[in-house]
Design a protein around this ligand. Sequence first.
Ligand code: NBP
Length: 476
Amino acid sequence: ATADIAVTGLAVMGRNLARNLARHGHVVGLHNRTKARTDELVAQFGSEGTFVAADSLADLVASLKRPRKVIIMVKAGAGTDAVIDELADLLEEGDIVVDGGNAHYADTRRREAALRERGLHFVGTGVSGGEEGALNGPSIMPGGTREAYSTLGPILESIAAVVDGTPCCVHVGADGAGHFVKMVHNGIEYADMQLIAEAYDLMRSLLGRTPAELAEVFQGWNEGDLESFLIEITAEVLATPDPRTGSGALVDVVLDQAEQKGTGRWTVQIALDLGTPVSGIAEAVFARSLSGHAEQRRAAAGVLPGPAGSVTVGEEFVEDVRRALYASKVVAYAQGFDMIRAGAAEYGWDIDLGAMATIWRGGCIIRARFLDRIREAYEKTPDLTSLLVDPYFASAVSEAQEAWRRVVATAAAAGVPAPGFASALAYYDGLRRDRLPASLVQGLRDLFGAHTYKRIDAEGTFHVDWSGDKSEQDAS
Ligand code: NBP
């Protein structure tokens, strides 16, 4: 046995992870259901390091040093279960099975429990950064036991992205914690992209700028607080002409129906269960859904009136939009981090929120300068009640708020949909509000359903005799 670690599932992600491992001096066992992929990898990239190609999972297991470490990189779902079942029969106590696919964390919890029973470690691992990240350094979010991480961690850290000398890989927490955090990461990615799209739409609709001109605006923004991979590639996409004609803008010929693979939807579904308001992510998921309802949109377009050209804005609108984008983005991240804290409380994970910001600084799609600020905020105050109350972010958002309000008001007046900006602002105002109209909601619930209410000035639970003399009854 010579291999340090193995990868099974050699489509684009698995192949690139295997190459990344080999380039870092690890001897890598290779396996794929269809052998041709394995052969192709060895033929094309065999010179990048030492690979041990296997025809079967049994051969793969035989090629590995103990404790054996096998990374599964197959299509998430039934395929993953099939591979785990076959592997588990071949492995021995103490061996480590890693699932680097985009599994749902509930599946990861189930698989971890089943393999633990058999004396095996199962490490559900979030891997972000797409194929480019997998090859050159992804952000890696492993769950599972500390014991498994002590052997596996150094290998994963050696292939992760590195920022300021720190690898973008840390043990997130037990069982499904890694996949949970990866899911929220993807949810934040949805929110981030939606906000960027709204910023583009507002400037284009109200200032009449061309995509190429807006590419320059985003390029400029990428040199300030908003510096991030997503802003950088926004400039790139906007600057790109239609590849067929070499003229116009690519963004003008792409069908305006955003698709989704499901991690954003999972984030919102789980947030509903946890009772954590991730309104920014939810708006982003629903905005994609609305974009997909093409027929409904066509039918409405000819019927529903709205303001036409009634709002004019000046040059300063660009800076207003930049500030609104920054503030809304802080809200989306604050909500995402709240959700990770809620998940950790629900499942007993000991997740260091500052460390999550640290490992997202490089390799992943939401990598951004501003994550350094989030890391600092949680380092200073690990039990921060909301990112928004950290002094740095509180003051940054408060400086932005006038512009933010102007942008939301302008969007509403002009009839340009900006659900991400508007809901982020509503969340901000809801969070800082001394009293919310939830008191009226409670009154209504008590009237129609005798659901009772609590008082601000007395302990206990109460109910009004609505159909009788409207006296208050103690319902404790
Ligand atoms: P795919 O998600 O397209 O999966 C293709 C691989 O799964 C092939 O190796 C295929 O083998 C194998 N496979 C399937 Br399909 N069913 C199988 C089964 N029943 N038994 C064994 N192998 C099976 O590949 P990918 O895009 O490289 O993604 C791999 C994982 O990484 C996924 O979970 C994905 O969600 C996740 N991920 C992807 C990205 C990304 O940017 N693409 C980013 C982060 C995470 P075959 O060659 O024999 O058909």
